[in-house]
Design a protein around this ligand. Sequence first.
Ligand code: SR1
Ligand code: MG
Length: 384
Amino acid sequence: MGERGSYRPLDADSVVEFVEPFVPGPRESEEVGDGNLNLVFKVYGDGGSSVVVKQALPYLRLAGENWPLTLDRARIEAAALEVQNRFAPGTVPRLIHYDSALAAIVMEHLERHEVWRVGLNTQRHYPQAPAVVGRFCGQMFICTSDLGMHPEERKKLTGRFINPELCAITEDLVFTAPFIEAESNDIEEHLTDEAARLRSDKVLAENVAILRFMFRTRAEALIHGDLHTGSVMVAPDDTRVIDPEFAFMGPMGFDVGAVFANLALAHIAHRAQGHKEFAETLPEAADEFWAAFTESVLSRWPASETWRERFIVDLVNDAARYAGAKMIRRIVGLAHVTDITDIEDDQQRYRAQVDAIAGGRALLLSRRVVSVEHLWTLATEGEA
Ligand code: SR1
Ligand code: MG
């Protein structure tokens, strides 16, 4: 198995054969993929051993075979896991094997973990998670940017992470489609007017075009590229960032903005449902994420370099705008978030959707965001 040209989608039987070198038999498998793109199997072997196998399909799982998608994303994910394990050890799953012909990755099975978004939706508190994700970002940004990596090595890294097709998905689904009439948009009927208002706002269109240009051109560091709360696995004593198939050398603010956007969406969703106490844990999570992130960055950067303070303030400002685009796409674009889609009461769901659009819009239209408090107020109150 694994020869060039021998790609075929794995199934419950063939995946068991595929992992033979890594898991002692007898083995059992189950397909558990609930994401938008790939097949994911858990394979259990003798003596309590187990692994996860993630295989790229030649199309987008969410849309079906009429939306073809490169298998190269499995190579990108394996390479990103390797680099993340090197620079941010303990914060991502261990990479066990990558098979290029099958576009499949064998990795550590995080048995005790659940997806952070699922934990947030069910009001389970994981107090360590925000700081681990903050440190993950800080370590990756310093170690893979010109701030911490030799320029020649960084340029080679850039070559390894050319990821045009997955970047194109983001350019389209985050920065373009939600702001125009697009077939891919998924708009609940009661949001027809709000979505039309977004499409007719010329200043918004201008700001989002600038943001898309920044996303396309700022090869600052190896970013995760899709760092929402569904890309984090949590246990009471352990947190791991998963799913780096969108990784490329891009703007740091995009990952930071993704974390803020998803915490803000969780807050807005719980607030709309009257879960006051849990909603109030989310601004704290945002603060903890940011404190760990800045601590991680500043501790690796000599204090004599005074521009580091300016760098951090500029980063919040970038992150605020990216967060705005990300919030809006999760309401009127393709691929919504269960924080909001799972709200069964129509009035509460509508409230959350309208608040998320207002937050996203306020972030995208803001002139200059200089602190996380400012960012959070815009995101969750829709104004400064
Ligand atoms: C078409 S794939 C939809 C979304 O799923 C991923 O998680 C990314 O966020 C992407 O935009
Ligand atoms: Mg993903």
